[in-house]
Design a protein around this ligand. Structure first.
Ligand code: TPP
Ligand code: DXP
Ligand code: MG
Length: 590
């Protein structure tokens, strides 16, 4: 690391003779591999843009010139070169630096990202703001991937950029893959451009952006020369750069889906380091969803599956393998995914639309306008609901209960365990009448044996798991399992009743009336935001019933949780086993 250890910010980089850059690229790549092999994180994307990252900071005067990384999972090299080399070993760890660009972490992180396709709008916004302030020398650059540029927002921004007369440079980093292989007509168009087959009729030129490319994104001298030329050219421009995701680590190049975020691996061989298999552990929730959907689809020909660019992450890939004509990867296009589902439901299909909770936020109007108002039977399968851990604030799926339960006619449910998830997936296709959302968490479920015969779950009905005399604990979702363990350890176990509510909407008012009569205190617990969530629904209903006991709402407080393991975050928020035990014991002392 002879050169890298001397680079404390991009000014040091810019002082280097250009012929030292290839050596620096090798060191940067090795450094990323060293740290990510142990600390985990997004590997492939950052390895692919090492040369591009160096060239951009070499040519542009960052941070005065603005540089935005779309999604931001590829920005590790950027972080290391912009003053965070020494702290990079804390990447994504509790109290450490974020895995994504963050404005309050560094002046070089011009815009916070995490969700895809936002960079071009932000870039144009900055360029327009600079023009209004007379800062005409400032340059504006965004790096966006081939999958992210297909997102609707990116197209909205390109549409504006082409007529906005600002000095913006869009660097299209084309590695032909997102997390899974890129899809769609745009991907096919870019493939033709790279093969030299679409030369005379360039899409971006037709949108008034000066187009350059395709250029080799690993050729440092070539990149520097091209960027220098473009830096002095006014107006909106697009540079089409071709890179290899995972560049420099054989396995990461050969198995790009797995090495997008591979977990721990051997830094010399690249081999994955598998965690010890916990014999008491069940499958991932996403796999319970994926395999159950295949079972249901075999019996019910109306079932179809939709994913916006996450076939592996959501495990919709199992349906794609068995019924390719009934499963659709639409790319990074959550809004389209939801309205596509609405269209299918309008004409007789039963679409299971698998979207991470955090990414459904982008399609909120589609959920209301296209699905709910028309009462179309779309099944929203909200994976990664609750805290997701090290991806942090941009990715926690903690708002869905609050933002969905206010929509008329939309059923919102959350299984306590993998068997309940299976039964919910089964129940919703029996008599599909309107929209439903089933939210379930990231990671592993607990029960190793989960493939029982399907059982119908009564819609809007809670389940009593334990009768008590003083405090009723009402849970929604998998934290119900934690509470079951905690209740067995309380000082006064017979004091507590436990109800797995299953539904945030419709709320089981009959059960609530019985609870109100039987208990002097009610505790609600959810892995979602406390303001407006399940606890708020219970509080509203109890208030309407004139309940005079105390209601304690436990959930994610009114702040964005950061990045750390999910367990560490639960501890920070008082939702881990020990904290919950303390909280419940204290209630019986009151
Ligand atoms: C709105 C949204 N949907 C989905 C994702 C999940 N996601 C993160 S990276 C990624 C693929 C990005 O591919 P690309 O833009 O080509 O960048 P690359 O990883 O190839 O560098 C996806 C789908 C996201 N971050 N945001
Ligand atoms: C950058 C991004 O948005 C994805 O790569 C995300 O980190 C995937 O999350 P999971 O690991 O939960 O699939
Ligand atoms: Mg890509």
């Amino acid at each position: 690391m002879q050169i890298l250890e001397q680079i404390n910010d991009p000014a040091d980089l810019r002082a280097l003779p250009e012929d030292r850059l290839p050596q620096l690229a090798a060191e940067l790549r090795e450094f990323i591999i060293d740290v990510v092999s142990v600390k985990e994180g997004h590997l492939g994307a950052s390895l692919g843009v090492v040369e591009l990252t160096l060239a951009l900071h070499y040519v542009f005067n960052t941070p005065e010139d603005r540089l935005i990384w779309d999604v931001g999972h590829q920005a590790y090299g950027h972080k290391i070169l912009t003053g965070r080399r020494e702290s990079f070993h804390t990447n994504r760890q509790q109290g450490g630096i974020s895995g994504f660009p963050k404005r309050d972490e560094s002046p070089y992180d011009a815009f916070g990202t995490g969700h895809a396709s936002t960079s071009l709008s932000a870039l144009l916004g900055m360029a327009l703001a600079a023009r209004l302030q007379g800062k005409i020398a400032r340059k504006h650059v965004a790096v966006i991937g081939d999958a992210s540029i297909a997102g609707g927002m990116a197209f909205e921004a390109l549409n504006h950029m082409g007529v906005a007369d600002t000095d913006v440079l869009v660097v299209l980093n084309d590695n032909a893959i997102g997390i899974d292989p890129s899809v769609g007509a745009l991907k096919e168009y870019l493939t033709r451009v790279k093969a030299g087959g679409a030369a005379g009729d360039n899409l971006f030129e037709n949108l008034n952006l000066h187009y350059t490319g395709p250029v080799d994104g690993h050729d440092l001298p070539g990149l520097v020369a091209t960027l220098r030329k473009l830096a002095s050219r006014p107006g909106p421009k697009l540079l089409h750069v071709v890179t290899t995701k995972g560049k420099g680590l054989r396995q990461a190049e050969e198995n790009q889906v797995v090495y997008h975020a591979p977990g721990r691996f051997d830094k010399y061989t690249g081999d994955l380091i598998r965690r010890e298999n916990d014999p008491g552990r069940g499958p991932k929730y996403q796999d319970v969803f994926g395999h159950t959907l295949v079972e249901l689809a075999r019996e019910n020909p109306r079932i179809v599956g939709i994913t916006p660019a996450m076939p592996s992450g959501s495990s919709l890939k199992y349906l794609m393998e068995e019924f390719p004509e009934r499963a659709f990867d639409v790319g990074i296009a959550e809004q389209h995914a939801v309205t596509l589902a609405a269209g299918m439901a309008a004409d007789g299909a039963v679409p299971y639309c698998a979207i991470y909770s955090t990414f459904l936020q982008r399609a909120y109007d589609q959920v209301i306008h296209d699905v709910a108002i028309q009462q179309l039977p779309v099944v929203f399968c909200l994976d990664r609901a609750g805290l997701v851990g090290q991806d942090g604030a941009t990715h926690h799926g903690i708002f869905d209960i609050a933002y969905l339960r206010c929509i008329p006619g939309l059923v919102v449910m959350s299984p306590m365990d993998n068997r309940e998830l299976r039964d919910m997936l089964y129940t919703v296709q029996l008599e599909p009448r309107g929209p439903v959302a089933i939210r379930y968490p990231r990671g592993y479920s607990r029960q190793a044996s989960w493939k029982h015969p399907f059982r119908r779950i009564p819609v809007g009905k809670a389940r009593k798991l334990q009768q008590g005399i003083a405090v009723a604990v009402l849970t929604l979702g998998p934290l119900g399992q934690t509470i079951r363990e905690v209740l067995g350890e309380t000082e006064n176990p017979e004091a507590f009743g436990h109800y797995d509510f299953r539904f945030a909407k419709p709320l089981d008012r009959e059960a609530l009336r019985e609870i109100a009569l039987a208990y002097g205190q009610v505790v609600t617990l959810e892995d979602g935001c406390r303001e407006g969530g399940f606890g708020s629904a219970v509080l509203e209903a109890l208030a309407e019933m004139g309940y005079s006991g105390k209601v304690h709402r436990l959930g994610i407080p009114d702040a964005f949780p950061g990045h750390a393991t999910t367990q560490e975050l639960y501890e920070e928020l008082g939702l881990d086993k020990a904290s919950l035990l303390r909280t419940l014991n204290n209630l019986t002392h009151e």
